[in-house]
Design a protein around this ligand. Structure first.
Ligand SMILES: O=C(O)c1cc(=O)[nH]c(=O)n1[C@@H]1O[C@H](COP(=O)(O)O)[C@@H](O)[C@H]1O
Length: 236
């Protein structure tokens, strides 16, 4: 199920000033923002609150992975901060996922709880090297199954697995896809990639895009080009 506002800009910056310089040029009606480990570690919750006061919905991407009690408490902290989405590693296991779900269910308007399956920077060889032989797709599907059973709202996966995860878990399960690269931009450390329009056509709800926007000389023109390329998919 494609959302009308699919773009989530990954604010991966080393300091507040360049992050805010970009944010000031963005429109919360047209995109959401992701605050991840780098900026959150530098600037903390106050920065998230500042972005929220500007009207942005925030995906707090800290990929919690710890014992159930710790992860549940961290998810509660994210909910208290008022973020729109929070994520946990599905490999933390069923009890951890259920503990996070249970803790967030105490909130009237909890953040979306999303499970990270297989990082988009990993390919088959990387998985084999950490003792997980097989295709990334198979592992994504089995982790998505666990996330779905534990009551999570959706998963992060690469665009390459999106169609199969969508087919398996239906329209309500949110699919968040990093590993998105506009035509012509470099993949960098991302190994399982697709273009924005192809990711949406495959069934992604949200596209997480960082460096192609944040490191562009003219980030707004990149966003406009992404919007244009996605228009046909969104209209159909
Ligand atoms: O959970 C995430 O957001 C995430 C999961 C994943 O599997 N791969 C992935 O790249 N991400 C995040 O998505 C963003 C992608 O950034 P770019 O590669 O610069 O577009 C980064 O902030 C990553 O931390």
């Amino acid at each position: 199920m494609t959302q009308v506002k699919p773009l989530i800009v990954a604010l991966d910056f080393a300091a507040e000033a360049p992050a805010l310089a970009l944010v000031e040029r963005l429109d919360p009606v047209r995109c959401r923002l992701k605050v991840g480990k780098e900026l959150f570690t530098r600037l903390g919750p106050a920065f998230v609150e500042r972005l929220q006061r500007l009207g942005f919905e925030i995906f707090l991407d800290l990929k919690f992975h710890d014992i159930p009690n710790t992860v549940a408490a961290a998810c509660a902290a994210a909910a208290d901060l008022g973020v729109w989405m929070v994520n946990v590693h599905v490999v933390g296991g069923r009890t951890m996922l259920e503990a996070a779900r249970e803790r967030l269910s105490r909130y009237e308007r909890p953040p979306l709880l999303i499970g990270v399956t297989v990082l988009t920077s990993l390919d088959r060889a990387d998985l084999a090297a950490i003792g997980c032989p097989g295709e990334p797709r198979e592992r994504v599907l089995s982790l998505a199954h666990l996330a779905h059973e534990a009551g999570l709202d959706g998963v992060v996966c690469s665009p390459l697995e999106t169609a199969q995860v969508r087919a398996a878990f239906g329209p309500a399960f949110r699919l968040i896809t990093p590993g998105v690269r506009p035509e012509g931009s470099v993949s960098g450390d991302q190994k399982r990639v697709m273009t924005p329009a192809a990711a949406l056509a495959a069934g992604a709800d949200y596209l997480v895009i960082g460096r192609p926007i944040t490191q562009a000389p003219d980030p707004l023109s990149v966003i406009e080009a992404i919007d244009r390329s996605c228009m046909n998919v969104l209209e159909n």
